[in-house]
Design a protein around this ligand. Structure first.
Ligand code: CA
Length: 234
């Protein structure tokens, strides 16, 4: 018997909740539903789910308050879902949500976010390949953490130190969106200015160096108004 990962779906819209639970149950997970914040909080302590999918717009509680409550005692992975209010998504990520889904979303996107969030709880670095080999590979791109090199189609790419550190950070969390603030703090420390301009300039240079067509990136995706995401490897 295989143990199925339990996922608690906190969602007040029945059709959306039904869709998410059906997809999860058909793909090897065990889905449970809660329709209000109160119900969710009691189910979390009694059922100990492996992952939570949290709607930010619930009838009885603010989704961000639920997240704040959770993060005060557990690092259990949480993927938030919301209509396209960017401010909420960024606030949720900065409060410790692992990822987000913008409604409406499809089956592939849902499963990809779930897989990434669960995988990141299993490995220390968040990325199995880095832990094993010191490299991260996706398509023709290889990040070599030991040699501090990035190779594309076998060719060494000349990156500045800042550019390498940005690529290395995104590779470590591949598949997961990283907010501008998170990247800036990781790279330049907690006192760095929250100005995204330097980061944008660096990203434009990185894309020019590693993407075949920077306007249609294969490796580094922009999440509008939120941050960046590295493509997930095999
Ligand atoms: Ca809702």
């Amino acid at each position: 018997m295989t143990i199925r990962e339990k996922i608690l779906v906190i969602e007040d819209e029945k059709s959306i909740s039904h869709f998410i639970c059906t997809v999860l149950n058909n793909n090897g997970y065990e889905a449970m539903q809660a329709q209000t914040g109160e119900e969710a909080l009691s189910m979390i302590s009694s059922h100990c789910p492996d992952l939570i999918i949290l709607d930010l717009g619930l009838p009885d509680m603010d989704g961000l308050d639920i997240l704040r409550n959770l993060r005060s005692w557990t690092s259990l992975p949480v993927v938030v879902s919301a209509r396209s209010h960017e401010r909420d998504k960024v606030a949720a990520l900065d409060l410790g949500a692992d990822d987000y889904l913008t409604k409406p979303f499809g089956t592939d996107e849902l499963l990809a976010r779930v897989r990434t969030a669960i995988r990141h709880t299993r490995t220390v670095s968040g990325n199995d390949e880095i832990a094993r080999n010191g490299t991260y590979t996706v398509g023709d791109l290889v990040i070599d953490y030991n040699k501090h090199q990035v190779r594309v189609r076998g060719e060494n790419v000349h990156l500045t130190l800042s550019e390498f550190r940005i690529v290395a950070l995104l590779g470590k969390y591949a598949g997961k969106v990283l907010t501008y603030d998170f990247i800036i703090k990781e790279l330049w420390g907690p006192r760095a200015s929250g100005d995204n301009q330097i980061l944008r300039v660096n990203m434009a240079n990185i894309r020019r160096k590693i993407e075949k067509n920077p306007a249609e990136p294969e490796y580094l995706f922009t999440e509008m108004g939120v941050g960046y995401r590295m493509a997930e490897g095999n």
